[in-house]
Write a protein that binds this ligand. Structure first.
Ligand code: PEP
Ligand code: MN
Length: 342
């Protein structure tokens, strides 16, 4: 990783280092951080001659050679000072709450608009709403691109940023062009490296965040952070890690709740952790306790499914969405635990 003396290299300087590393079959990938841009060397960067030549350039402060499988996401990385702000909340400084429908119902957009207003009132900082849905059953509703307009209208009406899952490369540009603030990578796609790479690249100079769910099978901590490294290595450092329960399930819960991995993640990576208690336990009555446990474990935020009338919802909402009243109380208690932990 190349750290320049200035906040950003000039085009001439970037061209010079690109040519230099290409002699060693490497490429340069700029990673635009909140304060300064750093330059990842993509390829085998162990060649001492290449490193010596780079270090000899007057505009280079130093070359960071962290021995880690995830050198950008590692706690020791220069990116560790990177901060992500969504809905006025800087992760790590305040608890971030994302809430909203599992699935936007394109036939009844008012449920989404009413939910968006209600979750804002309950204290959420960002709205979630599924446009495209990964469904276990191929005959279930798979989402509808029309819901993208509904999602953004919900954002306009509330003034809050929005999060939605992208499942295919073709969804990424549609979501970015619409103005989605956070792209969600679901548990089924969490190890889809070509999708992760495409998300890293597509975001470019935008500040769009990525909520990366933990893969559905009990992936190791390193596997989870390495998936995030794909997104960072291709250009986007605005990554939030989202434990959401894994399989095999804990009998009675939808998945095996994994909010307890939060401290293990934090030992290795600087990335903020936003836990999804809804998919972890899969039933509305169990969600608040899981949400509070996540905050006790050190989570920086929560992503919770909520609906003004869960029984009228689609997707997961009838079984696991919180009503606005329960959401409001959960947020109140979660903030209290968050304060205690500080
Ligand atoms: C969702 O957020 O509605 C969802 C499908 O999540 P996951 O990928 O965690 O199952
Ligand atoms: Mn869901």
């Amino acid at each position: 990783m190349i750290l320049p003396k200035s906040n950003r290299l000039t085009n001439d300087q970037l061209n010079e280092i690109t040519t230099l590393v290409s002699e060693f079959s490497c490429k340069i990938q700029p990673i635009i951080g909140a304060v300064r841009t750093i330059y990842a060397i993509v390829g085998d960067e162990r060649d001492d001659l290449m490193i010596n030549r780079l270090e000899g350039l007057s505009y280079i402060e130093r070359i960071d050679r962290i021995q880690s499988p995830f050198k950008l996401m590692d706690k020791r990385s220069d990116l560790a000072s990177h901060r992500i702000t969504l809905g006025g909340v800087t992760l790590g400084e305040q608890l971030l709450v994302i809430a909203g429908n599992c699935t936007i119902d394109p036939k009844n957009p008012n449920y989404f608009y009413e939910t968006a207003a209600a979750v804002k009132e309950a204290g959420a900082n960002m709205i979630r709403g599924g446009v495209w849905k990964p469904r276990t059953n191929p005959y279930s509703f798979q989402g509808d691109v029309k819901s993208l307009d509904i999602l953004l209208e919900g954002s306009r009406r509330t003034g809050l940023p929005v999060d939605t899952e992208v499942m295919e490369e073709s969804h990424i540009q549609l979501a970015l062009d619409a103005g989605v603030n956070c792209l969600q990578v679901g548990a089924r796609n969490a190890l889809n490296y070509s999708l992760l790479r495409a998300i890293g690249k597509a975001v470019g100079e935008r500040k769009t965040a990525v909520l990366l769910k933990r893969s559905i099978h009990m992936g190791s901590i390193s596997e989870f952070i390495s998936a995030a490294e794909y997104i960072a290595a291709f250009g986007n450092p605005n990554i939030i890690l989202c434990p959401r329960g894994t399989t095999p399930t804990l009998d009675g819960y939808r998945n095996h709740p994994d909010e307890s991995i939060t401290p293990l993640l934090k030992e290795k990576t600087w990335a903020p952790v936003v836990v999804d208690p809804s998919h972890s336990v899969g039933k509305a009555s169990y969600v608040p306790a899981c949400a509070l446990a996540a905050v006790a474990y050190g989570a920086d935020g929560l992503c919770i499914e909520a609906h003004v009338e869960p029984s009228k919802g689609i997707g997961d909402d009838p079984k696991q969405a919180l009503t606005p009243a329960v959401l409001a109380e959960t947020i109140r208690q979660a903030k209290a635990i968050w304060q205690l932990r500080r």
